[in-house]
Design a protein around this ligand. Structure first.
Ligand code: MTE
Length: 317
């Protein structure tokens, strides 16, 4: 007997799509009317995507770190920076439960020949999903080693055919006041916007990320889709992306707007250039005591240093 084992089982495939969305609508309407107030929350969450296993994901042998210990999934899920859900690391795991990741679209626009609005479930089928173990270094001088799931952003970029004048890529993430209490704070100019130069965006290491630890991304870690740019400080890796724009000029990112002397557009991990208020020479790996030396380009120099040849990295922070 032939048993179909799809590589990736999407939430919308488990239930018939119309039923899936219809049930979601029913749940939403019913909860708005207070009809299911007394029912267990599980009924409203059972069709959510987070935590769902991603089947058939192949580890990419090019991106393994045999000398590093992968962090526990619990560290990853409970120590989060997602300011839209609060500036305390313990807030996003609780408050991001309100994030609904289906339906979800990502608009690709700007200087491209083939602009497109992708439904999130289409993205899973755009290219084979790979597991890649990357070091992840936050500007606050802590780090993790995480097995991400996704594919090179270049796969998507090739399909939308950027024009010659597309020099940068801007990532715009969700800003929904109804569910994101952090938007009431003026800590950043919302929405959270990040950006990369075109060659950085096309670099094979730059990962369009849909999962981690073999599962769909937890909400607090940027579900349903985020960036991971492992040679840069973690804030370059925008979470819960809704728009990718191809532009001619360097994007004004949320962090550069908030403090241009502290946060630069490039933000490559650089132990030789301190943050205005603290050293970047060392870092604390989550789960470890003591500190370890930070690595230039977070250890990815061999792959990425040539992109910055001739640039003064003390000036282009
Ligand atoms: N993306 C959005 N939309 N909002 C944020 O506050 N924080 C950034 C980045 N992406 C952030 C974001 C920072 S500072 C870091 S270190 C990483 O997400 C943290 O990712 P993690 O919580 O999954 O480890």
């Amino acid at each position: 007997m032939l048993i179909r084992r799809p590589d990736v089982i999407l939430p919308s495939e488990i239930t018939d799509a119309s039923l899936f969305h219809g049930r979601r609508d029913w749940i939403r309407n019913a909860s708005a009317m207070g009809l299911i107030a007394g029912l267990p929350v599980l009924s409203a969450c059972s069709v959510e995507a987070q935590g769902m296993k991603l089947a058939g994901v192949k580890p990419n042998p090019q991106y393994v770190l045999p000398d590093e210990k992968i962090n526990k999934a619990e560290d990853f899920k409970n120590y989060c920076n997602f300011y839209e859900f609060g500036t305390d690391k313990s807030e996003p795991p609780v408050l991001a439960k309100a994030l609904k990741t289906r339906p979800w679209t990502i608009t690709i626009e700007g200087e491209v020949n083939k602009p497109k609005v992708f439904d999130i479930d289409e993205l899973y089928k755009l290219a084979p999903l790979e597991e890649r173990v990357y070091r992840f270094r936050c500007v606050e001088a802590w780090s993790m080693v995480v097995p991400w799931v996704g594919f090179s952003l270049a796969e998507l970029i090739k399909r939308v055919e950027p024009r010659g004048n597309a020099k940068y890529v801007e990532f715009v993430t969700l800003a929904d006041k109804a569910i994101m209490p952090g938007l009431r704070s003026s800590v950043l100019d919302w929405p959270y916007v990040e950006g990369l130069r075109m060659d950085e965006a096309m670099h094979p290491l730059t990962l369009l990320t849909l999962g981690a630890y073999g599962e769909m991304l937890p909400n607090q870690n940027g579900a349903p889709v985020r960036m991971v740019v492992p040679w840069k400080y973690g804030f370059k890796s925008g979470k819960s992306i809704v728009k990718i724009r191809f532009v001619e000029k360097e994007p004004r990112t949320a962090w550069v707007k908030s403090g241009p002397s502290e946060y630069g557009f490039y933000s490559n991990v650089n132990p030789n250039v301190d943050h205005a208020r603290w050293s970047q020479a060392t870092e604390r790996r989550l789960g470890e005591f003591g500190k370890r030396r930070s690595l230039m380009f977070n250890g990815y120099g061999e792959q990425v240093a040539s992109m910055y040849a001739g640039m003064d990295l003390k000036k282009f922070i």
